[in-house]
Design a protein around this ligand. Sequence first.
Ligand SMILES: *Cc1c(COP(=O)(O)O)cnc(C)c1O
Length: 392
Amino acid sequence: MGNKGRYGRFGGQYVPETLMPPLIALEEAYDRVSRDRSFITKLETYQREYAGRPTPLTYCENTSRELGCRVYLKREDLLHGGAHKLNNTLGQALLAKYMGKERIIAETGAGQHGVATAIAGALLGIPVEVYMGSEDVRRQALNVERMNLLGARVLPVEGGSRTLKDAVNEALRDWAANVYSTHYLIGSIVGPHPYPRIVRDFQAVIGREARAQVLAKEGRLPDAVVACVGGGSNAIGIFSAFESDPGVRLIGVEAGGTGERAGEHSATLCLGSEGVLHGALSLLLQDVHGQIEATHSVAAGLDYPGVGPELAYHASLGRIETATVRDEEALAAFSFLARREGIIPALESSHAIAHARKVAPELGRDGVLVINLSGRGDKDAGEVMARGGGNL
Ligand SMILES: *Cc1c(COP(=O)(O)O)cnc(C)c1O
């Protein structure tokens, strides 16, 4: 495959031979639809008329006054479904339709990607089955109900730790057995090539819009763009538009959880080491034997032991700055935004907000800061209240 699908040494296709033909077919189909006017027009129409794009870039008056620089939020919380995930599931479901697939499978941890896949499957009339660790099925009952309401079938996975990584293994097994009928819809910029590229391209709409919007409002590029990092799709989605602008700081914020010991965090870029997980070479959280470590975050969507190879590459070059934010800081940022701006952020996005509060003083009064608000926080209200409402 030459350098295709490599980001420096990261990326690649570390999969059993049986998965190579479908990966090659997927890449060919994706290259074809990327040049197909009817596909592009259809996707743009769904994005506009169904999903609600473009999402606004909101200037935050109160936050700006308090933090001492000009703060903008890119409002992916206003996308249909309440998060950026639909950008990807809509694109891939349409791709599956163009490939003539009769069935979509996905894996989900917190359930958000499963719900976004179920939405896209219902819209395009393709049956959806979602693998989910049985422990997650128990913890995320509301999202299981949502998937059922949307007509998707949830398949509980009993193996391993009964969480996300076990669901991914099960989905890969299913795909290998049913490649001709089935599209495997991966939810972040992870997995074997060409997935990291496909998901990045479908999420890049966030950055294209944000760049044009900030230029229109400020007449210049921002000084810094901040996004939270789980697998890395909302971060790469907004960063991609500013990659070639050396004056724009790109800051990826990971879940610092409760501490730096194994099992206390999900800070893969900051604390991980090189290894292969789910078909790609990247950074991951593993022990000395290469076994995947337990992870933790108050934000279920950040609770993943790997990260996209493209982000690992940019971080290794220093193009992307990385930081961690602890559970308590994220909870405080959750309340901060809710009370200052009347916007309840997802706990995932609250990590970006918490770090933006630290970066703002470095930028000065005329500094321009863009935060990617990857999702809304209604889903997290119970968790936050149970922890005392977040400390201001
Ligand atoms: C899933 C999710 C994330 C983490 O996924 P990325 O691929 O890192 O973007 C972040 N924010 C929200 C709201 C999510 O639902």
